[in-house]
Design a protein around this ligand. Structure first.
Ligand code: GDP
Ligand code: MG
Length: 661
């Protein structure tokens, strides 16, 4: 059996999904985290799959998420729906519930966040609510794993017996009632043939949902009769068709809630959140606070916690390398083999591994910010600014994900409504410095700007964003004229971050990084070692300057002379970086033990600027191509990014050099 998990954004779907399946999907106090449906087997029950769908407010397909969810319900025909309702806000959540009930699929309502409801002194008469809605209602708390077993039992029972929602009539009389019934009769045969309920067909035809109209394919006369009915209803009811349906649904919800929900007082969490928001989203203070918070995070990550942890790992790796070298020497191993292992693999993979602490620590802080609900405020505060550059606050979600990795960031643009917003956001994501570049920054700042680590980091991150903004303005007045779509987002209550979800995110980042270190970086290190140890005739060389790699790198090196790093080492590192950005570090690790032989402070800053902006890695490029569905556009993006990188690196280097380095 297949069950669909459906609910508003941020109502705890993923938290429940994880409890049901034992999976470790990312739970975030942030709308728009789940884009694709993810499915998993329900623990302890045979042959039952549950699908975590993106959060939606309504079944009228406005956004990508709504289309994903509606198509899943229509095409995959699940055996049951688990409709999660946020118990702290039943009025809004039930709006979607009513639309689901119309579909004629066995449904169970999971009333979530009951812990918070109870803590604020409220209560919900579950039995009465279940009677009014005509479906089972089970109170749960997904994060505390309370009531989840009951939910599974009720769900299995409902699905096995195919118990359909018993209340589908949300108004007993009046024009809307008459109109829905008239259309229901009119379209009954068509709906049956299309495999959907006639009531659902009727409301969708009233709403003018083109896809459903196509699906049930009424003939000309029927459509005309339907339209006649709807127009009559509009004039009798005194509202247009959309407002009339919404009004009818909310009237029903109001009736249900006033009979079942007791709100003792405004929830403690909500009052606290509003107090905090007075400061954090304050018109003047919001942005300075955000910048200050980011600076603090960069400072703690790159100068304190991450820094010392990284030193520790580096020392460990050095020790291990020396021990290995000594061991191999006593075994009288061929010196070329020893060089491969110590200069190639240890230097390459090791240099990348020693940066893991930075990434883990940075994501610890970021996931705390996200989990508390602060990132949602950032999106809210940024909406106004983003509108100025032709985007809406909704684009901030993919962009923030972009600081982690461009691949999921580009995928998450699917949540944006409108092709224009979507494409523009995809084009801007590469300007958000991804986590794979952290090792490069950390390596160079430690070598050249040891007193200003946090400052340089800030300059890079915000510099990337600033250039992205300029680029967006350019796009706004050329390729992407027009207005961004409106942005609606509910600010979740501030919550204490859940240690589990923070740890999970840290682990998933570390795991990605480790996997890359031992696959792509491992292979890249061996290749780089090989190319720099032999010349074109495969003779072993002592001076890497006469190696194959130097010959290859030397061809393109002159291009980078104006940027200050026209050496073959720098060029090959940049080429290797196309496979994965960490490879820039591993390559430089293999090629030199002392960066100051190749770079000075000015050219180091030029190099950092270039790596900040130049082409995204292969994985990101592939994803961009998949999402844009255009090879020329993708190639153009690579070219433009490299060009922008070159221009800014040159400017930065020339200014820095003119100021005496
Ligand atoms: P989704 O957007 O519907 O997938 O929601 P998530 O599963 O990502 O959860 C949204 C937020 O609500 C997270 O901060 C969760 O920790 C929190 N949350 C989920 N379920 C509960 C619950 O039962 N009680 C409380 N207090 N918080 C919850
Ligand atoms: Mg989710």
């Amino acid at each position: 059996m297949i069950f669909a998990l459906i609910g508003n954004p941020n109502c705890g779907k993923t938290a429940l999904f994880n409890q049901l399946t034992g999976a470790n999907q990312h739970v975030g106090n942030f709308p728009g985290v789940t884009v694709d449906g993810k499915s998993g087997a329900i623990k302890g029950v045979k042959d039952c799959t549950v699908v975590d769908l993106p959060g939606i407010y309504s079944l009228r397909p406005y956004s990508g998420e709504e289309i994903v969810t509606r198509d899943f319900l229509l095409k995959s025909k699940p055996d049951g729906i688990i409709n999660i309702v946020d118990g702290t806000n039943p009025e809004r959540n039930l709006y979607l519930t009513l639309q689901l009930l119309e579909m004629g699929i066995p449904t169970v309502v999971a009333l979530n966040m009951m812990d918070e409801v109870a803590a604020s002194g409220g209560s919900i008469d579950v039995k009465k609510m279940s009677e009014s809605l005509g479906v089972p209602v089970v109170p749960i708390s997904a994060v505390k794993n309370e009531g989840v077993r009951d939910l599974v039992n009720v769900l299995l029972d409902t699905a096995k017996k195919k118990i359909l929602p018993s209340v589908t009539d949300f108004c007993e009389e009046g024009p809307v009632h008459r109109c829905i019934h008239a259309l229901g009769y009119l379209l009954e045969d068509h709906a049956k043939r299309a495999g959907i309920s006639s009531r659902f067909a009727a409301t969708k035809v009233i709403e003018g949902d083109a896809e459903i109209v196509d699906l049930i394919a009424p003939d000309e006369n029927e459509l005309e009769a339907a339209e006649h009915n709807i127009v009559e209803m509009e004039s009798e009811y005194g509202m247009d068709r959309h407002a009339a349906l919404a009004d009818m649904r909310y009237t029903f919800i109001e009736k249900v809630c006033s009979a079942t929900v007791i709100r003792c007082r405004e929830s403690k969490e909500h009052r606290r959140s509003q107090a905090i928001d007075k400061v954090l989203t304050n018109r003047y203070a919001a942005i300075p606070i955000f910048v200050g918070a980011m600076f603090l995070i960069f400072y703690l990550t790159f100068e304190v916690v991450g820094y010392y942890l990284s030193l520790l790992i580096e020392m460990g790796i050095d020790k291990l390398c020396l021990l290995t070298e000594a061991g191999l020497n006593t075994l009288q191993t061929n010196p070329i083999m020893i060089s491969l292992i110590t200069d190639g693999i240890f230097q390459g993979v090791g240099s990348v591994l020693s940066f893991i602490p930075y990434i883990v620590v940075l994501f610890f802080f970021l996931s705390v910010l996200e989990d508390t609900g602060y990132m949602a405020r950032v999106a809210f505060v940024m909406d106004k600014l983003l509108r100025k550059i032709g985007l809406s606050g909704k684009s901030i979600v993919p962009m923030l994900i972009g600081f982690g990795c461009s691949v999921p960031a580009v995928m998450s643009t699917r949540t944006l409504s409108g092709d224009r917003d979507r494409k523009m956001t995809i084009l801007l994501i590469p300007f958000m410095s991804c986590s794979a570049k952290i090792p490069i920054y950390a390596l160079f700042t430690a070598a050249f700007f040891p007193q200003y680590k946090a400052l340089v980091m800030m300059a890079l991150y915000f510099g990337g964003m600033a250039i992205g903004i300029l680029f967006a303005l350019l796009l706004k007045y050329t390729l992407f004229r027009g207005k961004p779509n409106p942005f609606v987002m509910e600010l979740p209550n501030y919550r204490f971050p859940s240690p589990k979800s923070v740890l999970l995110l840290m682990w998933s980042k570390a795991k990605d990084f480790l996997t890359k270190a031992f696959t792509v970086i491992f292979i890249a290190s061996i290749i780089i070692w090989f190319l720099q140890s032999f010349d074109i005739r495969f003779n072993h060389v002592d001076d890497a300057g006469s190696s194959m790699l130097a010959a290859i790198g030397g061809i393109i090196a002159p291009i980078f002379r104006p940027c200050g790093f026209g050496t073959w080492q720098a060029s090959t590192a940049l080429i290797a970086g196309f496979t994965a950005k960490e490879a820039v570090v591993s390559t430089l690790g293999v090629l030199t033990s002392d960066l100051s032989m190749i770079f000075g402070p000015a050219s180091a800053f030029g190099f950092l600027t270039f790596t900040l902006l130049y082409t995204p890695c292969v994985a990101a490029v592939t994803t961009i191509k998949k999402e844009l569905k255009s090879l020329p556009a993708t190639l153009l993006i690579i070219l433009v990014q490299c060009l922008i990188a070159w221009v800014f690196a040159t400017i930065v280097y020339q200014i820095a050099a003119a100021c005496g380095g």
